[in-house]
Design a protein around this ligand. Structure first.
Ligand SMILES: NC(=O)c1ccc[n+]([C@@H]2O[C@H](COP(=O)([O-])OP(=O)(O)OC[C@H]3O[C@@H](n4cnc5c(N)ncnc54)[C@H](OP(=O)(O)O)[C@@H]3O)[C@@H](O)[C@H]2O)c1
Length: 242
């Protein structure tokens, strides 16, 4: 029988690459997005072409906690239990420190930290034994972020969540891990000015951004290996060492 995964923020970038890899490996996959319905439809059609009958598309914005009910209701309607939860969607706020507004600070925390906690709480009964939860953390949750305070602090919280959640999932033998990517060539990075992009690549020992596809090997290790638990695996091309 096919195993089922839910991947948040999976119509583009890293989430799309993870969903594509899971589909290639025979999984059923629920993909979510927040607002770009056009891109979501393109991805959905592409996935349906490669894995007919194994893809579900759902609009569910992580920055709105009511999306927890939306996702749970969707799993219920489709009679789905879940083997892997990939909490990938995340947002940022690039306001300068002196201009950060409490509502924007709060929105980043809701999307990146509060939403994953309450989604896991809600769908716990639908999660199968020996399953896994994999977060997308960030190198910026380990090193101070040069631009976004909220982003760096929430990604550090994601890493702390991984360690703290482990004990609550042992009864079902569900493992909790995170991938902490460095700089990955997605829309998120492509919108940065060329000068900033070249500053980044100068600091990466590999001399380039990571591709979303090569990152999926790390997610698959954490999803499949039954002894990986409570880990935050950095994949940064040697950013820290140059
Ligand atoms: N790219 C990097 O260098 C990098 C490095 C470290 C960590 N990360 C993390 O990796 C994750 C994905 O980033 P990415 O680079 O793949 O971004 P991306 O290419 O911009 O893709 C973002 C995906 O997430 C969805 N999304 C955005 N906001 C959402 C929300 N509030 N609720 C639900 N879905 C949402 C988008 O849907 P819509 O288009 O509909 O909004 C899209 O499907 C994020 O958590 C990010 O922090 C990225």
């Amino acid at each position: 029988m096919n195993r089922t995964a839910i991947v948040t923020g999976a119509t583009k970038g890293i989430g799309k690459a993870i969903a594509s890899r899971l589909l290639q490996e025979g999984w059923m996959v629920v993909i979510t997005y927040s607002s770009d319905t056009q891109a979501a439809t393109v991805t959905y059609n592409e996935f349906c072409g490669m894995a007919p009958g194994r893809v579900y598309l759902l609009q569910a914005d992580n920055s709105d906690l009511s999306s927890v009910e939306t996702i749970d209701g969707f799993l219920d309607e489709n009679n789905l239990t879940v083997d892997a939860v990939i909490l990938n969607a995340g947002i940022t706020d690039r306001s300068d420190f002196l201009s950060i507004k409490p509502e924007n600070w709060s929105k980043v925390f809701t999307a990146n930290v509060h939403f994953p906690v309450f989604l896991l709480q809600k769908i716990y009964p639908r999660m199968n034994e020996k399953g896994s939860v994999t977060f997308t953390g960030s190198l910026m949750g380990i090193q101070p972020h040069s631009v976004s305070l909220a982003y760096g602090v929430t990604k550090a919280s994601v890493h702390a969540l991984v360690k703290n959640l482990v004990k609550f999932f042992t009864e079902k033998q569900i493992r909790i891990n995170a991938v902490a990517p460095g700089f990955v060539d997605t829309e998120w990075q492509k919108t940065k000015p060329a000068e900033i992009r070249s500053n980044i690549t100068r600091k990466v020992a590999a001399g380039r951004f990571c591709t979303p596809e090569e990152l999926t090997d790390v997610y698959m290790l954490l999803i499949e290996n039954q002894y990986m638990n409570g880990e935050v695996v950095v994949c940064d091309g040697g950013y820290s060492y140059k």
